[in-house]
Design a protein around this ligand. Structure first.
Ligand code: HEM
Length: 522
């Protein structure tokens, strides 16, 4: 009798189930790899000779991205060559060397697109469809031209109110506060500037707004990384339900305000004598742009509201991480060794006294040490290790300066991490030197350039950086003037995940000063 190789319990149905499971795995693998456009002739970084080599490389990259990017930069970028970097999304990204940067920023948007990357990264189609139903991206122009001088009194008022309530006013004893309180403060300051005092102090609105900002990132992450593309139309709307709900709840507060501002702007436009006040918040500013547009789609209050919420999302996370990284760097042994906290406080005292105790844009512009610390921290502790991501959208693809052909759909990016630690661009790059940029022509915090990619590069460089730099410098100055902080034992390492480097939530030991340092006797 022929031997029975199958255990008794191993029935035909379990065999069929196993086969179905394996087929499903194979199909998912095929779907996951469908978008892998891999241009010919470029080297991979980190690829091993093994089965399912690229799939395993993409998975390994979740924790090995910094090592991959460093190795690729040293091996290829430094000799002017591009390389292929793996990615958690299973879409490889072509990392361009500094010699190709000028070529990249010279490409028009219908060849290399940032919009495609953003839409995909945030899965706007599911998470916030209304934020893309506009014809003109006037929010970018509005961000570039924000009337920061006029907004400064509100910004400093919101900084003082939020920090005082989050960190307390006890001048007698040291307190422990989570560094993540910066997130709440920046959320409040941003909202004060975006939607005005009434809403920024409304706890219910702030709860919904914070929930939106947090769930949109989570939903997009799940859709992008945990659901095969094939299932996006089915599961995308379900996963995005929470952030769509919070978007809706916020809109109940914001839309009536926008409609009010749109009516007021339209009336002022037709009045013989304009009656409308100069805008003090972004909603008013947006309304001005909207009424000037010839396209009614630009005046859709729901779309303007979702656009504003998406800007909140982009701006609050980035500004929070920049502030937290800066505090960690300043209070680390490297920052303490250069008396960073003391210097920032002395500078703030001098500038504030020189301006009669009142902050203005001109006063903030004189905070050169404060400015240098932020730029150095963005260089030394970037929260995104590769950046300036673009997608090839030209139907016929595009050719790199070295002759490499990139088909439509290829993703390209620049090696932020490599450039920021390249000894050809920075002396002693592994050292945090807070005063590195003081007095250096063209090296202010917001100056985007080929050797500093913290805010991107070219015409799409971050339009929110003018506001963010202003807000962060005022926030740091306020804290330095009003609080003592104990140094940290070490520069706590950030959590690294894929090409993200996110600071950890640690506790700071702080004590309120009896009065702002600019009022002290010398
Ligand atoms: C320190 C804080 C910030 C950092 C480090 C930062 C960084 C960046 C980076 C690296 C880019 C990509 C640029 C490129 O690919 O060339 C970007 C784009 C962008 N940022 Fe920021 N950002 C910050 C704050 C803000 C704020 C506060 C806002 C708005 C309120 C904002 C709005 C935007 C927008 C709308 C874009 C897309 C620009 C476009 O599509 O042309 N950012 N930002």
């Amino acid at each position: 009798m022929a031997p029975n190789y199958f255990p008794q319990s191993f029935s035909l149905s379990s065999l069929a189930l196993t086969a179905a499971f394996l087929s499903l795995l194979y199909l998912l693998h095929r779907r996951a790899t469908k978008d892998r456009i891999v241009p010919a002739g470029l080297p991979w970084i980190g690829l091993r000779d093994e089965r399912f080599a690229t799939t395993r490389l993409h998975l390994r990259d979740v924790f090995a991205a910094p090592a991959h990017l460093k190795e690729g930069y040293e091996k290829y970028c430094k000799i002017g060559k591009a390389f292929i970097s793996p990615n958690i999304t299973f879409r490889p990204v072509i990392i361009l060397p500094p010699t190709h940067f000028r070529w990249l920023i010279a490409q028009p948007d219908d060849v290399l697109s940032i919009a495609e990357v953003l839409k995909d990264a945030v899965q706007f189609h599911y998470t916030s469809p209304s934020s893309w139903t506009f014809t003109r991206p006037f929010h970018v122009e509005a961000l570039n031209k924000m009337p920061l001088d006029r907004m400064t009194p509100d910004i400093i008022d919101e900084i003082a109110t939020s920090i005082d309530s989050l960190w307390g006013l006890d001048t007698s004893s040291w307190q422990r506060v989570p560094i993540s309180t910066m997130n709440t403060a920046i959320c409040r300051i941003t909202n004060r500037v975006f939607v005005g005092a009434a809403l920024s102090r409304n706890p219910t609105y702030i709860t919904y707004q914070t929930a939106f900002v947090n769930t949109i990132a989570l939903s997009a992450g799940v859709i992008n990384n945990a659901i095969p593309k094939l299932l996006h139309p089915l599961l995308g709307p379900l996963v995005a339900l929470p952030c769509r709900y919070y978007d809706y709840r916020c809109s109940r507060y914001i839309v009536p305000l926008i409609e009010h501002h749109l009516r007021a702007c339209a009336a002022a436009q037709t009045a013989a004598v304009p009656t409308y006040d100069e805008p003090r918040d972004m909603l008013q500013f947006f309304a001005r742009y909207a009424v000037r547009s010839a396209d009614p789609a630009d005046r859709n209050a729901r779309s303007i509201c979702s656009r504003l919420l998406s800007l909140n999302f982009v701006g609050i996370h980035t500004s929070t991480m920049t502030m937290v990284n800066a505090l960690l760097d300043i209070l680390s042994p490297a920052g303490v060794g250069r008396d960073c906290w003391g210097e920032i406080r002395r500078e703030a005292v001098g500038v504030l006294r020189a301006h009669g105790g009142v902050w203005s844009k001109a006063a903030v512009n004189q905070l050169v040490k404060n400015d240098s610390v932020f730029r150095e921290s963005l260089r030394f502790s970037p929260f995104k290790l590769k950046g300036v991501d673009r997608e090839v959208v030209a139907r016929k693809g595009v050719v790199l300066p070295d002759g490499t052909y990139l088909p439509k759909g290829t993703r390209v990016a620049l090696p932020t991490y490599g450039v920021h630690f390249d000894e050809r661009f920075y002396k002693d790059p592994m050292t945090f030197d807070p005063w590195r940029f003081v007095g250096v022509e063209g090296a202010g915090m917001i100056a985007a350039g080929e050797t500093f990619l913290g805010f991107g590069l070219g015409r799409h460089a971050c339009p929110g950086r003018f506001f963010s730099a202003h807000e962060l410098k005022l926030l740091l100055a306020y804290i330095a003037l009003n609080y003592d902080i104990q140094p940290l034992e070490e520069r706590y390492a950030n959590n690294e995940f894929s090409d993200f480097s996110v600071p950890r939530d640690i506790e700071l030991t702080i004590k309120r000063r009896k009065q702002s340092a600019h009022l002290d006797d010398d």
